[in-house]
Design a protein around this ligand. Sequence first.
Ligand code: ADP
Length: 540
Amino acid sequence: MHGRMMEQPLTLDAILRRARTVFGDREVVSRRADGALHRTTYGQLAARVDRLMGALQALGVRPGDRVATFAWNGHRHLELYFAVPCLGAVLHTVNVRLAPEQIAYIVQHAGDAVLCVDRALVPALLAAAPRLPAGLRYVVLDDDGRGADAGLPGALDYEAWLAQAPPPAAAVPLDEHQAAGLCYTSGTTGEPKGVLYSHRSTVLHAFGCGMVDSLGVAQRDTVLPVVPMFHVNAWGLPYAAALVGARLVLPGAHLGGDALAGLIEAERVTFAAGVPTVWNLVLQSLRRHPRDVSSLRRLVFGGAPTPRALVEQWQHEFGVPVTHAWGMTETSPVGACTHAGSTGLAPDDPADITLRGRPGRPVPGLEARIVGDDGRELPWDGQTAGELCVRGPWVASGYFGHATHEAFPADGWFRTGDVATIDPGGAIAITDRKKDLIKSRGEWISSTALENAALLHPGVLEAAVVARPDPLRDEAPVLFVVPRDAAAPPPPADLVAHLAASFPRWQLPRREDVRLVDAIPKTSVGKIDKKLLRRRLRDG
Ligand code: ADP
């Protein structure tokens, strides 16, 4: 027997309608290229989305076409986030920090018809331009409406284009299963692969982001997505904020520690999200220039292992509770989450801080399990580690343009490539990535565990551990350390002795394998670039 409920499709036009009608006067603030703040409202933004839809249609964009963006977090990018999918077309957010060959590869692979680029990013795009398809139409997003002379062949200026746009044709009928967005993995572990989000998965993910035991984005929030809108839809925050009516603050290209700390203070940000390296920069900035960040209710760390030391420093020095999220491009991305309050302990309780160094339970809507090399499910005992697998309505079922892929086996569980334990209560702890694990005499060493422990040493600012081949041990851990004070770096013997308090001898790096460095390389999305560190080790 069928239920008798309305078949209202889960499509993004519903989120836009709600933002326009229910939250029309809620503010959207974005930082212009010159650093000044631009202020608008969801209502005004929705009116511009209408014009943009007309402009895109006049340019020949039809349902199913791919429209690319190459832009920082700003209000024009947000307009594209709604106009493109609401036309039935697919928003392809291109990572602006990729190398020119990778940019050319994914624009071609996606078959983009139009590319909308921030004026300041035109030089980065020009480096890839000779390899971009000849028929690609360019639109330049420029605060001063002078994008047409930015140096791209035949480029339109976004503002002039919008000003002349015809009204959009009648609303395009949308099917909840049709594609809405396309994002390529950042390729930390291989060539970029495209994940094609549907309207339905994006809307359900936005609902998921609003759940208290997920990210918990709420109407009262002022949300600062530092995570770029070119990376997994800025963790879905633009859609979640519009759905719940949260005020949005978009930081543009100004992503240094001081700029972000200043923005949090000035706009009374309550909710901010980014990778751990960003929050380390902001923490260092706050130590240098104290500011009032007491408005922060949730500071979300995600996308890479969250060092316990950072959770502790934010809590004790600034009273800011860290929320820890795990996810991947393939999981839209929010997959697991722990926040102060979800554990039932006080936020400054050391046990709570330890728990918040882990991703915790899968967010409502997703399921997780771990499997061994033979594919068999492993116990939830908090000890046994296996490959983390997830499933749910915002998890990809394959890659764009690949008929099959080993990450999507027939059992219906996506294989994440992450190694994890699950405790009897269902809480996930990531121990490593399959490719980052270190194998010493047949036994695994977790690089993440060594990094976390190294960060607890007072002389350490940043730490990264990768494997080097070793004739006796198969692989041996090498610890890269950025000292807190370059003039007085901690002696390697001290660091090894510090680690020896928590690890058996065979897991420790040798003194010669502790490398003091000025900086640790980061990937295009700000994570520690272990592929590059390994290459540097190999090349001496
Ligand atoms: P890429 O795989 O190209 O870096 P993603 O942004 O999709 O692109 O990265 C997802 C990966 O990031 C996960 O598979 C995992 O290894 C890592 N990651 C994300 N969140 C966390 C977390 N909270 N703790 C540990 N690792 C994480």
